[in-house]
Design a protein around this ligand. Structure first.
Ligand SMILES: [Zn+2]
Length: 188
C-alpha cells in the first residue's frame, strides 16, 4: 500500500515523457453535450464509458457513492448546474447500477466501523446535537429505480435548473453494461 503513490508517480513520468497523452487531447466542453451522474463503483470505471460509446472529451462525468443527489445544494447538484450553464451540457443522465454498495446500506454498521477506527461516541453525539442527522446522511437507498427517479426529480425540478433540459434516468448492469431506461427525459 505504501508504494501506491510511488507507482503512480513513476508511471506518470513515463506517460508524459512518451507523449501518451496526445491521443486524449480534447477540450473541457463535452463533444456529446451531456453531463452524467453515476456511481464511483470500480466496475464502472471503464465499463460505463465503453457501454455508452464515450471517449475522452465526450461527456462531463460526476461520480459519488450511489450516483445520488443527496442534497439539492450540495456539490453534485452544483456540478450539474455548472455543466449546464458554463460547459455546454444540454442533457443530463443519471446512471445508477445494480448491486450497488449504497443499495440497502444502513447507517448503523458504518457508524460501528467508524468507532472501531477511533471515532468516539462523543463525536457522533456532538454532530447529532449540531443538527446533523448522521444516520440519514449515511443511509443509502432501498430500491435502485426509485432512487434514480428521486435524483432525476430533484435535478429536473431544481429552482436553478433551466426549463427544457432533458434529465434521463437509467440503471446499468455492472457486469454486462446493459442499460435499463427508468426515466426518458424527452417524455417529461
Ligand atoms: Zn454503486
Amino acid at each position: 500500500m505504501n508504494n501506491l503513490l510511488n507507482e503512480i508517480l513513476d508511471h506518470n513520468v513515463k506517460f508524459v515523457e512518451n507523449h501518451e497523452y496526445e491521443k486524449y487531447e480534447t477540450t473541457k466542453f463535452p463533444n456529446k453535450r451531456m453531463v452524467i451522474l453515476t456511481c464511483m463503483d470500480t466496475r464502472l470505471l471503464e465499463l460505463l464509458p465503453k457501454a455508452l460509446n464515450l471517449g475522452n472529451g465526450d461527456a462531463k462525468l460526476i461520480k459519488d457513492a450511489g450516483g445520488l443527489v443527496s442534497h439539492p445544494f450540495g456539490s453534485v447538484m452544483r456540478s450539474i448546474l455548472i455543466a449546464v450553464y458554463q460547459l455546454q451540457a444540454q442533457e443530463v443522465l443519471v446512471i445508477a447500477h445494480y448491486d450497488c454498495g449504497m443499495s440497502g446500506l444502513k447507517a448503523e454498521p458504518v457508524i460501528e466501523s467508524m468507532k472501531e477506527r477511533g471515532i468516539t461516541q462523543e463525536t457522533i453525539e456532538t454532530l447529532t446535537y449540531s443538527g446533523i442527522d448522521i444516520k440519514q446522511w449515511l443511509h443509502g437507498f432501498d430500491n435502485v429505480n426509485e432512487s434514480v427517479e428521486h435524483s432525476v426529480d430533484i435535478i429536473k425540478n431544481h429552482p436553478l435548473m433551466p426549463k427544457g433540459v432533458p434529465v434521463h434516468g437509467l440503471v446499468i448492469d455492472p457486469k454486462t453494461g446493459k442499460l435499463d431506461l427508468v426515466v426518458d427525459g424527452y417524455q417529461n
